[in-house]
Design a protein around this ligand. Structure first.
Ligand code: ATP
Length: 616
């Protein structure tokens, strides 16, 4: 059996991947115009083409023939890596362009830096690499510190004591590209709000209008959370003595999705804003950058005008985007820990930060463009999450189990070996919270309570998948013959719809009004809520239970995390870390020791050449 067929039979490929390889085989046979063309492509090349296509479906930017088991752990007789590489490099379907050059348009595959790409994804990666280096190399239009040094000292009183927030702010003032990474509550939004205030002060000092600022995030929910945090940070700023209210008034109050910022064109993968029609903003701040995939980040970066600032905020330890990418991880890797700074930058930072301890810079295009915030500031009286989040982040299974079993962390409960929280004594605890929603008539209150509780699962399908769990919860709440949009049902939008102003990840609640009409309510609009007829909604599912992937960018008061009975490929330390950090005041973990061990041994790492591109 050929490798291609063996992979297809083993379930490593989907129909589309297989059809792609088959079409290359047919095209090769038909074309007899040259010696090269007209011969059957070797099986190893066809299999690699199918695997390159499958790699994208699994979130990788490319296929790595040196690590094929990343895609399929069944026993497959993989070709020898060197022989495979030789066959690919000799293939009529594979081009091998220079690093920054466009790949040949007539070849669907690209071989570069040991990876096999679908041409389109190699182009996204190449363009993103060029775009990020362009922004990093540009000096921002305004980088003078005249007139803002004293405000900086007020906003960052510990700036000269090695405060990382102050370092992030100072770097954001001096450079066009900055990546601020850190776990939940490390002050990313607080810091950037202060940076924005300083940029406004800087403009006013120079007699210029306030800079045009855009706040954006990959999902509607993440954008809302970002705007909420910014408003809270702005209230704190007003309380600081010596901070002018007029400056605070100029801070932005709303955030949009990245799609809305860039301007979707119906039926087109392109956006209204691109390199030829850049965004008319001086500062663009993107939150939850770990969720941004390769194509979207490429299009965003290309649409950033020359001289504008791009500030990316994110948590590198969270799950990467579902679509191809892991862009944040690649940028972070290329930028290094962030402690190494070029000497010229250290000199320019001196007036704000004093003499800073730094290691010699590696001198790559992105060194000095990243700061990692370490200290968590969000105080929760009821939830002591940090020790568990730290153990998960580093994949320490023994410590994780010790913390969970020891019952030593406030607000964290371990239900060892429980595989179904909807059975037994826990069932009523969960259902009673949702029954409360069924009793509410005010959509504003219902939407506020919608984030009180969530069951998070690693799986979409199967008995422990989000679909089945939702169906069971809905039946328990409203009966087997329920109205599909019963009063109090929670909905999750699963696609972006600009017509409705509803976005992937938005949460709504169904309610029956006084006239007996069912309305699905979502946050937003001048009244605080917007109502839709359920039949008119874009694609959606139930939302009492969600996959961890879908919950990214959201937080809930109480989270019940349900891990599968057996190890599954989707499990990883990033998935567990993302899941537990969704909890605001109470976390329940249902899992076995064996599955926790297996999950923490796995990284949700993605194959990508972006870090390599950004280092050069
Ligand atoms: N330097 C600081 N001193 C005291 N409190 C701080 C400091 N920085 C942030 N905080 C507080 O910590 C909380 C979290 O801050 P913020 O929302 O900025 O964090 P974040 O990293 O953006 O969080 P998330 O990742 O969840 O969005 C806020 O209540 C904020 O006021």
């Amino acid at each position: 059996m050929s490798l291609l067929d063996a992979l297809y039979r083993a379930g490593a490929l989907n129909t589309l991947d297989h059809a792609f390889a088959q079409s290359l085989r047919r095209l090769g046979r038909r074309d007899t115009s040259s010696d090269l063309f007209g011969t059957d492509a070797p099986d190893a090349v066809l299999a690699a083409a199918a695997l390159a296509s499958q790699s994208v479906a699994r979130g990788h930017a490319a296929f790595d023939p040196a690590q094929p088991s990343w895609l399929q752990d069944d026993a497959i007789a993989w070709p020898n890596a060197k022989a495979w590489r030789d066959a690919l490099q000799a293939s009529q379907w594979v081009s091998e362009p220079q690093a920054d050059a466009v790949a040949a348009g007539d070849r669907p595959l690209v071989w570069e830096n040991g990876l096999l790409y679908l041409r389109r994804y190699r182009e996204y990666e190449r363009r993103l690499g060029i775009g990020l280096k362009r922004i990093a190399a540009a000096r921002p239009q305004s980088d003078g510190l005249d007139g803002i040094a004293s405000l900086f000292a007020k906003l960052f009183p510990h700036a000269r004591d090695g405060d990382r927030q102050a370092r992030a702010a100072a770097l954001a003032l001096l450079q066009s590209l900055l990546l601020v990474t850190g776990g939940p509550g490390t002050g990313k939004t607080t810091t950037i709000t202060r940076v924005l205030l300083l940029l406004i002060a800087q403009a006013h000092h120079a007699g210029l209008p306030s800079p045009r600022i855009a706040l954006a995030a990959p999902t509607g929910r993440a954008a809302e959370r970002m705007a909420e945090s910014l408003r809270a940070a702005s209230v704190q700023l007003r309380a600081i003595e010596g901070v002018d209210d007029a400056l605070c008034d100029a801070l932005p109050e709303a955030a949009s999705t990245l799609h809305r910022l860039l301007g979707t064109i119906p039926g087109s993968p392109r956006f209204r804003h691109d390199a030829s029609n850049p965004l008319s903003f001086d500062v663009i701040v993107v939150d939850e950058a770990s969720m941004v995939d390769l194509p979207l980040m490429c299009k965003l970066v290309e649409a950033v005008a020359d001289g504008a600032r791009l500030i990316l905020l994110g948590d590198r330890d969270q799950l990467p985007s579902i679509e191809a990418g892991d862009v944040l991880a690649a940028i972070t890797d290329a930028a290094g820990e962030g402690d190494a700074l070029p000497a010229s930058l250290v000199h320019r930072l001196q007036p704000l930060l004093g003499d800073i301890a730094t290691t010699p810079s590696a001198g790559t295009p992105l060194s000095g463009h990243r700061v990692q915030l370490l200290r968590g500031y969000r105080q929760s009286q009821s939830l002591d999450l940090a020790p568990l989040a730290d153990a998960l982040r580093v994949g320490d299974a023994d410590r994780t189990i010790e913390l969970l079993r020891g019952n030593v962390l406030d607000g964290i409960h371990y239900h060892e070996g429980v595989t179904d929280p909807l059975l037994g004594p826990r069932r009523e605890t969960l259902l009673s919270v949702w029954r409360g929603l069924l009793e509410l008539d005010d959509p504003v209150v219902a939407l506020q309570r919608a984030s009180a509780l969530r069951v998070l699962t690693a799986l979409r399908e199967g008995a422990q998948g989000a679909g089945v769990l939702n169906a069971r919860i809905e039946e328990a709440l409203a009966g087997a013959h329920r109205d599909p949009y019963f009063h109090g049902r929670l909905l999750l939008v699963t696609e972006n719809s600009y017509r409705h102003g509803l976005f992937n990840g938005d949460i709504g609640v169904c309610q029956r009004d006084a006239k007996g009409h069912t309305v699905a309510w979502f946050a937003g609009g001048s009244e605080g809520v917007r109502g839709f007829h359920p039949a008119a909604l874009p694609a959606h599912t139930g939302a009492f239970a969600m996959t961890v992937h879908k919950a990214q960018g959201s937080e809930f008061d109480t989270v019940w995390l349900l891990l599968p009975r057996q190890d599954a490929r989707t499990l990883s330390r990033e998935l567990l870390y993302t899941a537990v950090t969704r909890a605001r005041s109470e976390l329940h973990v249902c899992a076995s020791e064996t599955v926790l061990h297996a999950a923490l041994a796995r990284h949700a790492a993605r194959v990508s050449g972006l870090a390599w591109r950004l280092r050069g």
